[in-house]
Design a protein around this ligand. Structure first.
Ligand code: DAT
Ligand code: MG
Length: 169
């Protein structure tokens, strides 16, 4: 009985994060902010048809960044990465829409800008992996974890937009 309840709860909870309600965490890194790429990055997500539900300029603490990049804690670049990410403010955002996690990753390009196609943020805006301008969640699970790490529930606006029928059929 408890199992059934937990399954039901998990299903309802997850369904809030799928389909047109899927959400991803996108951050313009300190180099992207300094190099004035915020406007164009926001514009491309808007133009695509995704919905902005969270946005803030934040000087992230090293604690937050260590947590954010926890999966890389044993990699040789971990400390350098945390130092770079704390070297200036970042613009933290939550975007919502159908397949936004996967599409956001495609819009970003590959981790190494050298491997990123022109037309992607990393393909167009940067040359080196250690200054690759933008972060985006790599899975639905990462997105949930990262959004709750960077945002309080009160900072997110789940609003309706009047263009919905022109974006989805
Ligand atoms: P991504 O940002 O594409 O999700 P990731 O999660 O593998 O890439 O790594 C996080 C960041 O760490 C990445 O944006 C740049 C840096 N990084 C990754 N691999 C690296 C490496 N081999 N050397 C230096 N920095 C690296
Ligand atoms: Mg990653």
């Amino acid at each position: 009985m408890l199992g059934l309840f937990l399954w039901f709860f998990a299903h309802i909870f997850k369904s809030g994060w799928t389909g047109v309600n899927e959400r991803t965490f996108i951050a313009v890194k300190p180099d992207g902010v300094q190099r004035k790429r915020v406007g164009e990055i926001v514009q491309r997500f808007e133009k695509k048809g995704f919905k902005l539900v969270g946005f803030k300029l934040i000087q992230a603490s090293k604690e937050l960044l260590r947590e954010h990049y926890w999966e890389h804690r044993n990699r040789p670049f971990y400390n350098r990465l945390v130092t770079y990410m704390s070297s200036g403010p970042v613009v933290a955002m939550v975007w919502q829409g159908l397949d936004v996690v996967k599409t956001g990753r495609k819009m970003m390009g590959q981790t190494n800008p050298t491997d990123s196609m022109p037309g992607t943020f990393r393909g167009d805006f940067c040359v080196e992996m250690g200054r690759n301008v933008i972060h985006g969640s790599d899975s639905l699970e990462s997105a949930q974890r990262e959004i709750s790490l960077w945002f309080n529930e009160t900072e997110l606006c789940y609003r309706d937009v009047c263009t919905i029928n022109w974006i989805y059929n």
